[in-house]
Design a protein around this ligand. Structure first.
Ligand SMILES: Nc1ncnc2c1ncn2[C@@H]1O[C@H](COP(=O)(O)OP(=O)(O)OP(=O)(O)O)[C@@H](O)[C@H]1O
Length: 573
């Protein structure tokens, strides 16, 4: 892993305090507020920050983060039966706490149960949450078929997570649902199970009955994979409609005539299909908007509107999910949802608490590669690593820098053909790629369970982007680490990340806490256009450059060739 070697040699670690001293002042409302030593390394030294979950001595997850019940306290210890429940006992449900006695959850005491799982419910007559350590409630209350419950267990989804406890009943009761829960907390299964339950059996007629819309092809493929597992044993007809390859374009006519149960797709592709009369959504009874805030944001709003208009069934039910649901988006959602229940798990628009977050001052573009080196020196650059940058061009530039050093690195962005993107995702999942450079295309929804580290090489353009990007690690109750580089040009927006860090229990230096929040106008500007940055570059002397132009070119060409071959092999399958 040459890059790691080269990054640890040369200029030495950390930052030149003298050199960056003036830059530090940019971030301090008053220079004197900075810590006495006023060094960038004071901020970047992970050991100096107390983290609830990041330390190596912390073996147990806090209960509220124990999404998958592995360290679960017995239910009896959590929910106490309200003895004085004033005649509401007949509406109760039972929680059998792993054979440790039964606990009745009633309308009177459900509040403490919800509190324990950090679930907040809003709406009229919100259904009672799932109770019990396993999935027995699904059968008892909704007669969910055995094969679905067996598949849950078979594929390792043994206990419901908090969001599944709170939100599955809403959808199983056929209500519109607005669901906010942290990244990696199991929102996908939350809507997929009720969806298959309601569909009952594979279709006999043409036309889709359920549609899942999400922002990227990668996410659509991933949702499909989870649905395929959950529905194993039945011949569900699921179509994933993403940007077509040439071969698929030729098959288009045939495909549109098939019987399908579920369509999983991206907004642009679906609108194109609607316009081309390739699909008919009039029979759709269940519409899911996964990453709903993204789909209702400016970039996709028009398409999402067209999709909603095309789903004309009078009994259409909708489910909207995301880890971030800004108030404006919620307001918008309420305009087309009917008598919806809102289920929120954890803190609204908060980062998942299993991620140890760190801000690292890098001053300038050059400092970013030094930043990588300092992570190596601290032993924190452990693959698999995801590195986020703000544009395709910068992804390509950084790729060229790292591939040159022989790292198992690859790059994924919107300009690469679908088959290549799929091959990269699959190689990363298999551990064949150690460092994956990506744009926003991988920021949302993608479930790489084992990612150790997320690096925001370029500062994210919104707080939502920050939350989703760092949520690619620390998933499903695991621990993870996220490091965000910030340079001079990011000063105005630093506070937004600081706020998220504080909310999720990370300590940040006092001077950062005193920073002003960016104005609405500034936030809007950043969201619309990423700041101009110098080209990605290596600090002078950090890696050998002399006479290496030819070598670099050869390596880049070899890598492109390898990718092309993989692509061809993939296509010929
Ligand atoms: N009940 C469960 N038990 C164990 N694992 C689960 C359970 N539910 C979901 N998972 C796993 O947790 C991981 C994260 O789930 P999922 O991708 O649905 O998260 P998410 O909440 O949608 O995250 P994001 O906001 O990033 O999209 C997946 O690998 C999934 O298989």
């Amino acid at each position: 892993m040459d890059i790691f070697k080269s990054l640890t040699t040369g200029l030495g670690s950390g930052f030149d305090r003298k050199r960056f001293g003036a830059d530090m002042d940019l971030f301090s409302p008053r220079g004197k507020d900075r810590p006495g030593s006023s060094s960038a390394s004071a901020m970047s030294d992970g050991k100096k920050r107390k983290r609830g979950v990041g330390g190596s001595t912390e073996e147990r997850l806090p209960e509220e983060l124990d999404f998958f019940g592995d360290q679960k306290g017995k239910a009896g210890a959590v929910v106490e039966q309200d003895e004085d429940e004033g005649g509401t006992g007949d509406e109760g449900v039972e929680e059998s706490g792993d054979g440790e006695g039964e606990v009745i959850i009633t309308k009177a005491n459900v509040a403490s149960y919800l509190r324990h799982h950090k679930i907040k419910q809003t709406g009229t007559d919100v259904p009672m949450p799932l109770v019990g350590s396993a999935w027995q409630n699904l059968k008892e209350r909704w007669r969910v078929e055995d094969y679905l419950i067996d598949n849950l267990v078979r594929f390792g989804w043994r206990h419901p997570t908090a969001v599944q406890r709170g939100a599955m009943p809403v959808m199983l009761d056929n209500r519109d649902a607005l669901v906010g829960a942290p990244t990696g907390s199991g929102k996908t299964l939350t809507y997929l199970l009720p969806l298959l339950h309601h569909l009952g059996a594979p279709a006999k007629k043409e036309g889709y009955r359920a549609v899942v819309v999400c922002p990227t092809n990668e996410l659509a493929t991933q949702i499909h994979e989870q649905l395929r597992r959950l529905g194993d044993g039945r011949k569900w007809k699921i179509n994933v409609l993403t940007k077509p390859t040439q071969a698929e374009k030729n098959q288009k006519q045939e495909a549109s005539k098939k019987k399908y149960d579920v369509l999983i797709t991206t907004p642009l592709r679906l609108v194109h299909a609607i316009e081309e009369e390739e699909v008919d959504l009039s029979a759709v009874r269940y519409l899911v908007l996964d990453e709903a805030d993204r789909l209702l944001d400016e970039g996709f709003l028009q398409q999402t509107d067209s999709i909603l208009a095309a789903c004309t069934h009078p009994q259409l039910r909708k489910a909207l999910t995301s880890a971030t649901l800004p108030s404006g988006i919620e307001e918008l959602a309420k305009t087309f949802m009917v008598d919806e229940c809102r289920i929120l798990v954890g803190k609204k628009d908060g980062a998942v608490e299993t991620v140890d977050q760190e801000l690292m001052y890098v001053a300038s573009e050059e400092g970013k590669l030094l930043g990588l080196r300092s992570l190596v020196q601290r032993g924190e650059l452990k693959p698999p690593v995801l590195i986020f940058v703000q544009s395709i061009q910068r992804a390509q530039e950084l790729f060229k820098e790292l591939v040159y050093d022989g790292v198992h690195v690859d790059v994924i962005h919107g300009d690469r053909p679908r088959s290549q993107r799929e091959a990269v995702v699959s190689a990363f999942k298999k551990g064949q790629i150690w460092v994956l450079i990506c744009t926003e295309v991988l920021a949302r929804g993608i479930d790489f369970k084992g990612v150790n580290l997320v690096i925001n090489y370029d500062f994210p353009q919104s707080v939502q982007s920050y939350i989703h990007r760092i949520g690619r690690t620390g998933r499903a109750g695991r621990k993870g680490k996220a490091v965000t580089f910030f340079a001079r040009e990011d000063a105005t927006h630093l506070k937004a990340v600081v706020n998220v860090m504080r909310q999720s229990g990370c300590e940040v230096p006092e001077w950062m806490v005193k920073l002003p929040n960016a104005s609405k106008k500034e936030k809007k500007r950043l969201k619309k256009a990423a700041p101009k940055r110098e080209a990605v570059k290596v600090a002078a002397g950090s890696v050998p450059r002399k006479n290496d132009k030819a070598k670099r070119k050869a390596i880049v060409e070899a890598s492109s060739k390898r990718r092309k071959t993989e692509d061809e092999q993939e296509d010929s399958k």
